[in-house]
Ligand binder design. Structure first.
Ligand SMILES: [Zn+2]
Length: 356
């Protein structure tokens, strides 16, 4: 975070309104992705774009310590994320080589959709949203994710969090991919049983509402448990997330999380209308403290330079999205992928105008 001395002085004497701050002074940009192969060059370029923080998927303390040291030269913070997809798959196979991974279970229609979407180039032909707000009935994510009722799987995150928290320079534990593969729920035996218990405890609640509430709260409780665990390991560690895949019954549920930097999608990879970007930005910021005082609402913008696969966002489009988010109150912004932003000169220039 770039805090000029004049800003701190202004806060100290309560004169912030008359301090002559420009908008960029309090805008914070974090990016998903750290180019580990060209780390020095990448960090220099990222700093030149205005990145304040970068989020990496490595949980290796040695790598993280190196990244922290290299990034510090450019005033960039390093965050490290865990995910119930790739990370947990590797950890489970090591811990329980003979036991099947407790993936979330989908129903037959969703599995059929999974097979269709995964086949060939189908995901690039249909209006697939990649875990963003779905347009098609039965859109599902093509990544498997662990079931949140498996306590054995949940405990496998703890050594990863220990590793991350053990590197003092790592500012925050990140969360990515914490959601349901079918954007709603899991159908495994244990989840069915827990849902039945929940319904028995809430006999007046209609079935659909009970399912939404149960699976939303199970996901929220799971993330909050791991965030609390991280703070038990290092009291000053921050937490960060991007809410993905979407929870369709309540896309902006992120404010229920006891997380410091709660990234919720304000501008997806597919081209959302300006009014929707504005509305979501306002909600992300205004409702951030409905449940927890530590939370700061963060607007997430998707940017991939993968023409033919993802809709093309030109500089004008990216400028409209960033401007709309900022004008509607977002002071903290996350982008994925930071690598694509840094490597696209015209897009990097747009970000530079706001964040450098
Ligand atoms: Zn389950």
């Amino acid at each position: 975070m770039k805090i000029p001395g004049s800003y701190i002085a202004a806060v100290a004497v309560g004169l912030i309104a008359s301090s002559g701050l420009t908008a960029a002074d309090d805008l914070v940009l974090s990016g998903w992705g750290l180019d580990a192969k060209n780390m020095e060059t990448f960090l220099e370029q990222a700093a030149d774009v205005g990145f304040d923080a970068l989020i990496t998927g490595s949980t290796d303390p040695e790598f993280l310590a190196q990244a922290v040291e290299a990034a510090a030269k450019h005033n960039i913070s390093i965050l490290a994320y865990i995910s119930p997809m790739g990370h947990i798959q590797r950890a489970w196979r090591e811990a329980y080589p003979d036991v099947p991974i407790p993936w979330q279970v989908m129903n037959d229609d969703e599995e059929a959709a999974f097979n269709f979407i995964s086949a060939g180039d189908n995901s690039y032909i249909i209006p697939y949203q990649w875990g963003g707000e779905a347009i098609m009935t039965n859109e599902v994510l093509t990544n498997r994710a662990i079931c949140f009722s498996s306590d054995a799987a949940r405990d496998l995150f703890k050594p990863m969090i220990d590793n991350i928290a053990s590197v003092p320079g790592v500012d925050a534990l990140g969360f990515d991919g914490f959601g349901y593969q079918n954007y709603r729920r899991c159908y495994c035996e244990e989840c069915q049983k827990r849902l039945a218990d929940y319904m028995a405890a809430h006999p007046d609640m209609p079935e659909e509402e009970a399912s939404v509430n149960y699976f939303r709260d199970a996901l929220v409780g799971y993330i909050n448990h791991l965030a609390g665990y991280a703070r038990s390991k290092r009291a000053n560690i921050k937490t960060s997330i991007h809410i993905w895949p979407v929870f369709m019954p309540e896309p902006l549920y992120g404010n229920r999380l006891d997380i410091d930097y709660c990234g919720q999608t304000a501008a997806w990879y597919t081209l959302w209308p300006e009014e929707k970007i504005a509305e979501y930005s306002r909600i992300i910021v205004q409702d951030a403290n409905n449940y927890y005082p530590r939370q700061q609402g963060v607007g997430m913008i998707g940017y991939y330079d993968r023409p033919g696969e993802f809709p093309v966002k030109d500089a004008e489009r990216v400028d409209m999205e960033l401007r709309t988010m900022i004008e509607n109150g977002c002071r903290r912004i996350q982008v994925c992928s930071s690598i694509h932003v840094v490597n696209s000169p015209e897009i990097a220039e747009v970000f530079r105008r706001y964040f450098k």
